[in-house]
Write a protein that binds this ligand. Structure first.
Ligand SMILES: [Mn+2]
Length: 231
């Protein structure tokens, strides 16, 4: 979170993680750590050695520069330093077979890490898209999700077919990254989950399971933590 004029930590850069994310990992049996943003290869590799799994959390837009476009609005320019760090983490984690769970921005970042591209703003750029983010109701905005039977995401959720999830994003997957498969979609056809079948665990979800009480969303975190624990 870049330095800004706020009452506490005035003018200071913050590395932050929203509480529900950490709580969700802890409730699923994991021990969450927030890690420092760095692109120093040695630190990335030493950080990963200390971890059983990586969650790429939500936040700023992914910079369009990372998928060969320029930001069509200054507000969509994203956070290139964080992108560079997370792209390095994805490369190193996959090499080590460390499980990766991407959530919202993390899901989009994963797609970009595999060479895919994003809609810079789904509702204005993608024909026939519904609204996927409403600042006034935030995580109360929801839509249906259709989950591919037999997919990793279906196994994690313990459900395939139709369910309801929250929607708090304005970017979205455009061109799928190489080797990734889409395994869940909104009713307007937008990709809402991706996975890389040949990795031990590389999964992205466009929604925020950490802000949902539904049993299938808790299952998703338990499934991730279980794989991290080698089971
Ligand atoms: Mn959505």
């Amino acid at each position: 979170m870049p330095a800004e004029d706020r009452p506490v930590y005035k003018g200071m850069d913050l590395f932050y993680c929203e509480r529900a994310m950490l709580d969700a990992i802890a409730r699923a049996g994991g021990i969450p750590f927030v890690i420092r943003i760095t692109t120093a290869a040695r630190e990335v590799s030493r950080t990963l050695k200390a971890l059983d799994g990586v969650v790429l959390s939500g936040g700023a837009d992914v910079s369009p520069l990372n998928y060969g476009e320029t930001a069509q609005k200054p507000a969509w320019a994203g956070h290139p330093e964080r992108d560079a760090f997370e792209l390095a983490i994805v490369r190193a984690a996959r090499k080590r077979r460390t499980p990766i769970l991407g959530i919202c921005r993390g899901h989009q970042l994963l797609n970009v890490a595999f060479g895919g591209s994003l809609w810079q703003d789904v509702v204005t750029m993608r024909d026939g898209s519904r609204v996927h983010r409403d600042a006034s109701i935030y995580d109360d905005l929801s839509h249906t999700l259709s989950v591919a039977p037999g997919s990793r995401v279906a196994k994690l959720l313990g459900k395939a077919g139709e369910l309801t999830i929250n929607s708090i994003h304005h970017q979205g997957v455009k061109r799928l990254g190489r080797g990734l498969i889409a395994t869940a979609w909104a009713a307007d056809g937008l990709v809402e989950a991706i996975e890389y079948p040949r990795d031990r665990f590389t999964v992205g979800v466009q929604w925020h399971p950490e802000w949902m009480d539904a049993p299938e969303q808790r299952r998703l975190f338990r499934g991730f933590v279980r794989v991290c624990g080698g089971r």
